[in-house]
Design a protein around this ligand. Sequence first.
Ligand SMILES: [Zn+2]
Length: 308
Amino acid sequence: MPELPEVETIRRHLETRMLGRRVTDVPHLDARMVKLGETDGPTLKHRLTGQSLIAMDRRGKYLLLGWQEGGWLVIHLGMSGRLTMQAPDEVLRPHTHLVVAFGDMDLRLSDPRRFGRIGWLDHRASLDRRLGQEPLDRRFTGAYLYGRLVARRAPIKALLLDQAVVAGLGNIYADEALFLSQIHPRTAAETLSRDDMGRLVRNIRRVLRNGIQHRGTTFSDYVDALGRQGEHQAHLNVYGRAGKPCPRCGAPVATEVVQGRTSHFCPQCQPESSRPVERQTREIRGDTVKHAEDQLDGGQSERGQRSR
Ligand SMILES: [Zn+2]
């Protein structure tokens, strides 16, 4: 599914090619996709028509399109969403749920699995409040991650996917960052040191930057805004490489399900920690990971819809 590098790739394309354009019509809008914010389909269509696009932002895995008269169109691509710029005379792909016409150019959203969602926000603060630090922001530091996770018993992998801790990380880039950091995905977060967290933060930034440089990772559905597949899948160390040799030591890459998500790791380079998982000083119960997105859109997150 699209993670930060894929969404950022799309954002950059749209920023260079769409900014300043005016919406002439919204010829197609599937109201069932309108799941974010408090606006229904007809109101969303009304709000967009005639507006000029003046900002193209991203927050975590959300795209934010800002308009001259105020407000934001928010788009989350879910598992299989494609957001592409196309000529108006091009045939609509199956499962197209949104077409925004900008004169001689359409912005189209298609999504066969329908886990994507769109909506309107008058102010983006409600989104910002629910999401954790942006991993490419300088405020995302080892000290931040250590402070957020020092009392958490849950596996580090699960917490890295919690959008309220780090916004934009998903299964692929979390596995890659843990591999580079030589941390087993099941390691209890509270057993990781400040140094471990510093190393992890540096590697999270590294894998995300590399992913953006290669215009994202395509395993099945993802394409950039110009309809091209990403190229980062050729540069992955562990994700999607079960049974293949670890690029560092040659041991076969292993998989294990950690809180419902298949995790890829090297059992040699990322041994399970010998440090005690439990501390006597704290009793934290029910430390399962809640997703910030659940609160924003009434529980329609990727949770429970995982296929890998
Ligand atoms: Zn290895």
